[in-house]
Write a protein that binds this ligand. Structure first.
Ligand SMILES: Cc1cc2nc3c(=O)[nH]c(=O)nc-3n(C[C@H](O)[C@H](O)[C@H](O)COP(=O)(O)OP(=O)(O)OC[C@H]3O[C@@H](n4cnc5c(N)ncnc54)[C@H](O)[C@@H]3O)c2cc1C
Ligand SMILES: NC(=O)c1ccc[n+]([C@@H]2O[C@H](COP(=O)([O-])OP(=O)(O)OC[C@H]3O[C@@H](n4cnc5c(N)ncnc54)[C@H](O)[C@@H]3O)[C@@H](O)[C@H]2O)c1
Length: 465
């Protein structure tokens, strides 16, 4: 039986373990912080649970625009009528994350995977040492090793988190009361999502080092989001870098690189991640890391050393739970001689869970504008969509990209509430190489937001020449 050892029990590691068990391998997962990894315990699952509360609060507050009022008093409910019990919210967040971790642990054990709680380290390209939390040590011989150790928040030396008022995103769930004034440093996906979630009931200032929020996303989408943020009272400081963060009793000061000092009650540092690739024997085993410390891998998750694979955030390849899981599964399929489809980043769907959400798949407007891809594009604002009007949706659009000659769909963007769900037909079209005409031809429900996706397909139709 092929022996596989996985370092790390996040989506990269646990999804790989499930595939390896199904393919008949003898598999051990060594995980240091809890099965499910950061994705389940500190990052993806907790943040989306927090955002679910923010979304519910916004919908309630906005409901008066649709005619909802308090029955007994006859009063309309404005945003000031709603508050958030952060202690209750965070208890729910932590309980849900823990339960999800237990579920995954049970799935692994049921599938026949051995789970060791502790830290793993490579002794050689074919052996791992597990230093278990119960004080024991075990040497695990391996025919193949998967490194899926993830990443952790980047910490700036002049902005050391104290876990109380200067926080990383893993520490916010310890708060029991809403911050009076939250300063979010960093306007990447993490910063934007937290700024959006707290933009209900809290003063939020977003410090963005670039000229717009979400510099890596579609510029039209980022501009819609920025307008929505400002409309709800968020203070956005563009082209501002945080140089130093200090605490003075109950207040925090954020010194910007132009010398200005912002004062708030709490700071959330969202300035990126660093990979967990140090002190685990990678370089000693000959595994090549890039200048940022990420493990170099090819499209079937092989590292520079035969028999050692890597998956997920420790590789720095599109840091998403879905991509980590995919890389992990591919690694096991390759290691165990199953059929493998190499990773195709052009078909990855991703979503920014802000209000509104921004979902993307395939080529981007930037790729087209830079001339890297030839495409025809169409953008349809949701303001023309009947369902959006009925639902009181103010912001959003659908954008599709197709190849100029064949009309094959190669990418798209949806900005809308629940864009994460609406992007699926576009992702399917990209993966299955459907044409704009095929999208246009499929029935959509009337009225529905997806009607705008089909309409965008119709707008891309070329008349016979
Ligand atoms: C705030 C935030 C929100 C996010 N939201 C989303 C989202 O909505 N959707 C999405 O797709 N992605 C999201 N992501 C990204 C997603 O969380 C990561 O891409 C995902 O966690 C990567 O999975 P992984 O398995 O590589 O690593 P992780 O989930 O980090 O798991 C790695 C595990 O390995 C353990 N480990 C480390 N070193 C060792 C060792 N030596 N031995 C044993 N174990 C070790 C770690 O403790 C951890 O438990 C979010 C990220 C952040 C920061
Ligand atoms: N919904 C999701 O799928 C989701 C959510 C969160 C994160 N993620 C993933 O995690 C990865 C990391 O995202 P991220 O947003 O954590 O990191 P990031 O590196 O993408 O963004 C960090 C931002 O902080 C800025 N910054 C750095 N130092 C600064 C300073 N001193 N002052 C002001 N700004 C500063 C950077 O310029 C950058 O724009 C991404 O690949 C993302 O896709 C995904």
């Amino acid at each position: 039986m092929t022996r596989i050892v996985v370092l790390g029990g996040g989506p990269g590691g646990y999804e790989a373990a499930l595939v390896a068990a199904q393919l008949g391998a003898e598999i051990t997962v060594v995980d240091s912080d809890g099965i499910g990894g950061s994705a389940v315990l500190t990052d993806c699952v907790p943040s989306k649970t927090l955002i679910a509360t923010a979304e519910a609060a916004w919908n309630a507050a906005e409901s008066r625009r649709l005619g909802v009022k308090v029955r007994s008093s006859g009063e309309e409910l404005g945003p000031s009528a709603f508050g958030v019990d952060l202690s209750r919210v965070n208890n729910r967040v932590k309980a849900l994350a823990q339960a999800q971790s237990v579920d995954i642990h049970n799935r692994l054990v049921t599938a026949g995977v051995r789970v060791l709680s502790g830290r793993g380290r490579l002794l050689s390209p074919d052996a791992v040492l597990a230093e278990c939390h119960d004080g024991s040590e075990e040497e695990l011989p391996a025919d193949a090793i998967l490194v899926a150790t993830g990443a952790r928040p980047r910490v700036l030396p002049d902005a050391m988190p104290d876990g109380e008022r200067i926080l990383t995103w893993t520490q916010v769930y310890g708060l029991s009361e809403m911050p009076e004034h939250l300063i979010v440093v960093g306007s990447g996906v993490t910063g934007a999502e937290f700024a959006s979630a707290y933009n209900f009931g809290t003063n939020v200032t977003l410090v963005s080092s670039r000229d717009r929020v979400l510099p890596g996303e579609d510029a039209d989408a980022a501009s819609v989001l920025e307008n929505a943020f400002r409309r709800r009272g968020m203070n956005i400081r563009s082209q501002s870098r945080a140089k130093r963060v200090t605490r003075e009793g109950d207040v925090v000061h954020v010194e910007l690189s132009d010398g200005e000092v912002l004062t708030g009650s709490h700071v959330l540092m969202a300035v990126g991640s660093v990979p967990n690739t140090e002190y685990i024997g990678l370089e000693e085993a000959g595994v090549r890391l890039n200048s940022g410390g990420f493990v170099e891998v090819d499209r079937v998750s092989r590292t520079s050393v035969r028999g050692i694979y890597a998956a997920g955030d420790c590789t720095g390849v599109l840091m998403l739970a879905s991509v980590a899981a995919h890389q992990g599964r591919i690694a096991m399929q390759h290691a165990l001689g199953d059929a493998v489809r190499p990773l195709n980043l052009n078909a990855v769907a991703a979503n920014v869970f802000t209000e509104p959400e921004i979902a993307t798949v395939g080529v981007s407007q930037d790729d087209v504008d830079r001339g890297e891809v030839a495409a025809r594009a169409v953008m349809l604002p949701l303001s023309t969509n009947a369902r959006a009007k009925m639902q009181g949706v103010r912001d959003g659009f659908v954008k599709l990209f197709c190849l100029p000659g064949t009309g094959i769909i190669i990418g798209g963007v949806v900005v809308a509430p629940r864009a994460s769900e609406l992007i699926f037909p576009v992702a399917l079209a990209v993966d299955a190489q459907l044409s704009a005409d095929q999208i246009a031809h499929a029935f959509t429900v009337y009225p529905s937001m997806t009607g705008s996706i089909a309409e965008a397909g119709r707008l891309l139709h070329l008349p016979p020449s």
